[in-house]
Design a protein around this ligand. Structure first.
Ligand SMILES: [Zn+2]
Length: 424
């Protein structure tokens, strides 16, 4: 199998040994009490029960009473969108303001405990490069260089897929239905048909096997997507038993984006059409996705953040449990299963020796109250590629190494620059 691009963050040379915590490794294995997690040169070099007589060069950190988990994934975000903010304000913004806003959305996502994301529309590979060179802090693995393009003929589909791959896309998204958020269509509308989904799959298969995923909400369009061979159905709100059976047979993932599906926004903040569609479709999603989860369709955690607010990604864990997953299965959806969908499971997605050290530490017990992980305040320590990027209560005896953006967020000259820009 060809390799997916591994999200890059700057190299880190600090070595840390986390001692005494309960370790949930993301694979679904039983938690390890009194565990040891050794991080050296950005990677995990030991994960298991605490070893009493081992000397290392690492800085020892006592995290007894806490839980150590893998850094989480959100496989469906739109960093470039904030649906509930005033569209007139966004339209009046300079390009630089929009870019900085996206950077802040990325930062909020990282601070929520999400160390890897897949952007399904709105971002260019420029953000991925900025993360890799340390300007921004979040791993971005996926992107599309164009938010939306209408494809008519089969040849146009081939050309569009080739263009996106050449521009650096890691994933191709097709829309086989209309949507809840769009003003001019509905989830019942059919978009890209099955045979053109298959063309996209054939094109990527000839290259690096980049996943083709489908925005698919109504029953018919979900079937078109699954028959066409997508690797994941995004949303899947009206998923039917027929689609569920095919997905089980083909190992197709469902990314139910419940954070957006179940969220009925404040009617004062969104247009009337959107509010009305949301009320109807959140009930449809609740009913149908529950059936799919019971049938044990493969699930990966994705929120559609941008449609719902950024920086609350791990609330999705609570929604997945509300609709039927066990807390452990929800954690797997947000870690190893998401990594498998993104084809980065050799490097990320669980706490296993040799993998990149993306780690979160919490003092709540996620197996008894997973909804609490949805509050970023309950995810006080985040380590990304071995670097401590969040340490709310100074549990870590090493310095945090924050990327450049962190120095800007509260900075006065940054605010002034914004004001000056508006005046000129
Ligand atoms: Zn989306």
């Amino acid at each position: 199998m060809s390799l997916a691009r591994i999200p890059q963050v700057p190299e880190c040379r600090t070595s840390l040994r986390l001692l005494g915590a309960t370790v949930i490794d993301g694979t679904g294995a039983a938690p390890i009490p009194d565990g040891e997690v050794l991080i050296e040169h950005g990677r995990l070099s030991y994960v298991g029960p605490r070893r009493p007589d081992i000397a290392t060069d690492a800085v020892d950190v006592d995290v007894k009473g806490k839980t150590v988990l893998p850094g989480f994934f959100d496989v469906h975000v739109h960093m470039g969108i904030s649906l509930e903010s005033d569209p007139r304000r966004s339209q009046a913004m300079f390009q630089e303001e929009l870019v900085l806003q996206q950077a802040l959305a990325m930062r909020a996502t990282l601070m929520a405990g999400v160390t890897t994301v897949r952007d399904l529309g709105g971002m260019t590979p420029g953000f991925r490069n900025a993360v890799a060179d340390g300007t921004l802090a979040i791993s971005g693995a996926g992107d599309m260089s164009a938010m939306s393009r209408i494809v008519d003929t089969d040849d146009q589909m081939r050309v569009t897929v080739r263009e996106l791959l050449r521009a650096g896309a890691d994933v191709i998204k097709v829309c086989t239905t209309g949507g809840v958020s769009s003003p001019s269509d509905t989830p019942y509308d059919i978009g890209v048909p099955e045979h053109q989904v298959r063309i996209a799959v054939e094109e990527t298969a000839r290259r690096q096997g980049q996943p083709v995923v489908a925005h698919a909400q109504g029953a018919r369009g979900i079937l078109e997507a699954v028959r066409g061979g997508v690797s994941s159905v995004e949303h899947g709100y009206q998923i039917t038993p027929e689609a569920i059976d095919m997905m089980l047979a083909q190992d197709t993932y469902l990314v139910p984006t419940l954070s957006s599906a179940l969220r009925v926004p404040d009617p004062a903040k969104v247009p009337p059409y959107l509010y009305e569609k949301k009320v109807v479709w959140s009930a449809i999603a609740r009913e149908h996705v529950t059936v799919a989860l019971q049938a044990e369709v493969k699930v990966a955690l994705g929120t559609d953040a941008g449609v719902c607010p950024h920086g609350e990604d791990l609330r999705e864990l609570g929604y997945l449990v509300e609709l039927g997953l066990t807390p452990m299965a929800a954690i797997q959806a947000g870690t190893i299963e998401a990594a498998r969908l993104m084809r980065v499971e050799e490097q990320l997605g669980s706490l296993e020796t040799g993998k990149l050290a993306d780690v979160v530490i919490t003092d709540i017990d996620p197996l008894t109250d997973i909804t609490k992980l949805g509050d970023p305040g309950n995810v006080p320590v985040i380590v990304q590629g071995g670097r401590v990027v969040k340490d709310l209560h100074s549990w870590m005896p090493v310095a945090m190494t924050l990327p450049a953006l962190a120095a800007c967020t509260g900075n006065i000259s940054f605010e002034h620059a914004k004001e000056d820009g508006r005046l000129s």
